[in-house]
Design a protein around this ligand. Sequence first.
Ligand code: DGP
Ligand code: NA
Ligand code: NA
Length: 233
Amino acid sequence: ENKESSSSRGALIVLEGLDRCGKTSQSGRLYKYLEEQGHSVESWRFPDRNTGVGQMISSYLANQSQLDDHAIHLLFSANRWEKRVSLVHWIDLFVSELYLSIPVSLMEEKLKSGTTLIVDRYSYSGVAFSYAKGLDIGWCKAPEIGLLAPDLVVYLDISPEKAAERGGYGDERYEQLEFQKKVAGSYLALRDSSWKVIDATLSIEDIEKKLREVVLDCMKACHKGKPLSQLWP
Ligand code: DGP
Ligand code: NA
Ligand code: NA
């Protein structure tokens, strides 16, 4: 009897790429398209700067605070964990004033109820940026273990030089050509054959079209019952 609902889950779609690769505007366009097509869809981004942890990350990125490389790495990861799991509070238990928090898997519930999530950056950014700073790759991957694995990773491919020409560069900590070159190298080390790589120097419309194709394919597979899995598969 649950066949119906479990076979119509949403897809976890992740967009990755260097700063200024066009990820954010493409995820906006994709979101609008899917919504117009009548799909249940949400647009997420990491870091989510609205949480307490997110505000610490934001201040670090704006160079308003300094943090050890390992410490900031764990904050980015914590920011993903806090969006995977939401704590439902049960207060007012009258017997002993107990205060219980029941964890609910936010992402999983959404996906299982049929909502597709378009996520602008995820664990791959977490590893790519810290590995670029010289941290051990195994250490970088460890705190991501147990987060939901995406059904699709789309990499918007642009050279660090081309990205730097796009302007507005240099506002935040990581937006420097030499560092972005290292990040590009990290992404290369992380990529596997399941990633869909789209040339981010194509026209906005062409990228949008290619993105829709791979996303709709993935959504079909999820709809047919492709199981959810966890990082790192
Ligand atoms: P964005 O809001 O997508 O522009 O991301 C802000 C910056 O933070 C960008 O330079 C990419 C970087 N970033 C995103 N996620 C992570 C992460 O998990 N770890 C680290 N170290 N950097 C990240
Ligand atoms: Na940025
Ligand atoms: Na992040």
